[in-house]
Design a protein around this ligand. Structure first.
Ligand code: IMP
Length: 201
């Protein structure tokens, strides 16, 4: 099935492609659309829904959207919904490396290193019919980067049960346990059930 994913984040698209090998992930650019959505809500799921809704308004076809980020309880939940822009502002967006240095600096006197990723995913068929799944991955923030896979905060995000950072995992290993992997699989099983039912009807 072709799934239109409301994102410009190439790393997320790569992860979804690995996660959903039986489906073709399209992004707005593939349809000639220059889609950008300002995330102004206060929660992940509202942002994900807002993004799905905005793209649905244009394409009038089922849309998948997600909003995700890193939450550090000792920092009051920061960077949270501001993960992509952490340390910058509306105009300036830091690189992943700069954001990680910024986070390390914020946490230099913080001993409680617990953190978790959140992914809120929405599959919107139409405005009266949609599915939302929000998942997490628990871990802790280490003191220096480790690993080169993944993206964003992955080199600092240590998963104690595996003894590795998310950037030391293969894409398959990360998808197995990640916030996006878990939410994605749940949503896809719904999508597949819907397509099966459509085929039967
Ligand atoms: P947005 O959902 O496009 O607003 O961006 C979410 C931001 O959260 C990304 O730019 C990353 O900084 C961070 N993030 C979300 N998921 C992950 C992940 O799996 N690994 C590392 N960073 C992530």
């Amino acid at each position: 099935m072709d799934i239109l994913f409301a994102s410009t984040n190439i790393n997320k698209v790569k992860e979804l492609n690995k996660l959903l090998p039986n489906h073709k992930i399209l992004i707005p650019k593939d349809m000639g659309l220059d889609f950008d959505h300002e995330e102004i809500a206060l929660t992940f799921y509202e942002n994900a829904f807002g993004k799905a809704n905005a793209l649905f308004d244009i394409v009038k076809m089922p849309v998948l959207a997600e909003d995700s980020g890193l939450c550090v309880p000792a920092l009051g939940g920061e960077p949270g919904i501001h993960s992509a822009y952490y340390g910058g502002n509306g105009k300036i967006r830091l690189s992943d490396k700069e954001k990680n240095l910024y986070l390390l600096d914020k946490m230099k006197n913080v001993s409680d290193r617990k953190a978790y990723y959140v992914c809120s995913m929405v599959f919107l068929i139409n405005l009266d019919r949609f599915f939302i799944c929000q998942e997490t991955l628990e871990g802790e923030i280490i003191y220096e980067e480790r690993g080169v896979s993944g993206f964003g905060y992955d080199p600092l995000f240590f998963i104690p049960e595996l003894g590795k950072t998310a950037a030391e995992l293969s894409a398959e290993e990360k998808n197995e346990i990640s916030h996006r992997g878990k939410a994605g699989r749940a949503i896809v099983s719904l999508i597949e059930r819907i397509s099966e039912n459509r085929a039967k009807a």
